[in-house]
Write a protein that binds this ligand. Structure first.
Ligand code: AMP
Length: 236
């Protein structure tokens, strides 16, 4: 039996946090908690928090700790947290990290690991400013690395695509600045707590996923994810 595996994916915009979180949801039955997705949904729905967040997000700046911590608190209270939580894009400031400690303690949960996705900064602007997604099913694409063949989404056949408002090169640079000023110092904090694992996120998506699984779930579950049940029985 596994206890819940709650983890944080840390890394600059474009490091692949969202992409990798989705892979881990599929392979390990974890639940993705993306504050960016939740804020975009709130902005789209026109809630008070969403309205306050919209302009800040479009400028590439950080939304207030209060708004972000509130949406995380609400999500945790809803339950339905599968085999554990992947915090994607949260915490992004020291105050958020401290608030998360409190929320986890209240919920009787424990952070298992904090993964730092290590990337080359210069490549991030290119990675992000080329990305787009299918309007119908949300599948992600990239102008250069993963184009939509014939302008059609191979997942659902849709032909309408969207780009995030904050993915233009200038806003991406502002988001990177915010990352280095506010979020990167969290690596040291979690390092001091013995929770940091560093993963090279410049490799292929599949390779990064494999590496992530091996640091999140030492041997048995990593083999399970690879479908190698015989070996699994052996190491149990
Ligand atoms: P993301 O989808 O994680 O790239 O987030 C998109 C934008 O949402 C960020 O550039 C911020 O404006 C805002 N945002 C998401 N998560 C947070 C957070 N934890 N703290 C502050 N702002 C956030």
């Amino acid at each position: 039996m596994h206890r819940a595996t709650d983890l944080i994916l840390l890394g600059p915009p474009g490091a692949g946090k969202g992409t990798q979180a989705k892979m881990l949801v599929e392979r390990l039955g974890l639940v993705q908690l993306s504050t960016g997705d939740m804020l975009r949904a709130a902005a789209g729905a026109g809630t008070p928090a969403g309205k306050a967040a919209k302009a800040v997000m479009e400028a590439g700046d950080l939304v207030s700790d209060e708004i972000v911590v509130d949406i995380v608190r609400e999500r945790l209270a809803q339950g339905g947290l599968g085999n554990g939580i992947i915090f994607d894009g949260f915490p992004r400031t020291l105050a958020q990290a401290e608030a998360l400690d409190g929320l986890m303690a209240e919920a009787g949960r424990l952070l298992s690991i904090v993964v730092s996705l290590e990337v080359d900064d210069a490549a991030m602007v290119e990675r992000i400013s080329g990305r787009f997604a299918c309007v119908d099913c949300g599948e992600g694409f990239h102008d250069r690395f993963k184009p939509a063949p014939g302008g059609v989404c191979p997942q659902c056949g849709g032909a309408a695509f969207k780009r995030r408002a904050d993915d233009d090169a200038e806003t991406v640079r502002e988001r990177l600045r915010a990352y280095h000023a506010e979020t990167a110092p969290l690596i040291g904090r979690y390092q001091d707590q013995g929770l940091i694992a560093r993963v090279d996120a410049m490799a292929s998506i599949e390779r990064v996923t494999r590496e992530l699984i091996s640091v999140i779930r030492p041997k048995p579950a990593a083999k399970e994810a690879a479908g190698n049940d015989a070996d699994l029985a052996e190491v149990r």
